[in-house]
Design a protein around this ligand. Structure first.
Ligand SMILES: [Zn+2]
Length: 93
């Protein structure tokens, strides 16, 4: 997972984004369309944030969802054929 987490899951995240940043509108999100710089611009506009602050809020948001998306997308272990919980090692190793 890289910075594309936002753009790649944009539709899924829109509701969460509106929940997180209630001052943003649907139109704002349509304009941003998953682009971080656009979203950061909207946060600066609506919340009067500095660029750095807006970007770090987006990073925190992404980090939370990166965890959930990698958890749901956890690969099946090639050794024992089950999915091990995030952050744990295969017990047969
Ligand atoms: Zn295993």
């Amino acid at each position: 997972m890289n910075d594309d987490v936002l753009e790649g899951n944009w539709k899924q995240f829109k509701g969460n984004i509106l929940e997180q940043w209630g001052k943003l509108t649907d139109d704002d999100l349509d304009v941003a369309a998953g682009r971080r710089d656009q979203l950061a611009g909207k946060l600066q506009e609506r919340y009067g944030l500095a660029k750095d602050a807006a970007e770090s809020q987006i990073e925190e948001f992404e980090a939370r969802f990166r965890e959930t998306t990698t958890t749901t997308a956890a690969p099946v272990c090639p050794i024992c054929g089950i999915i091990h919980p995030q952050g744990t090692r295969c017990p047969t190793l």
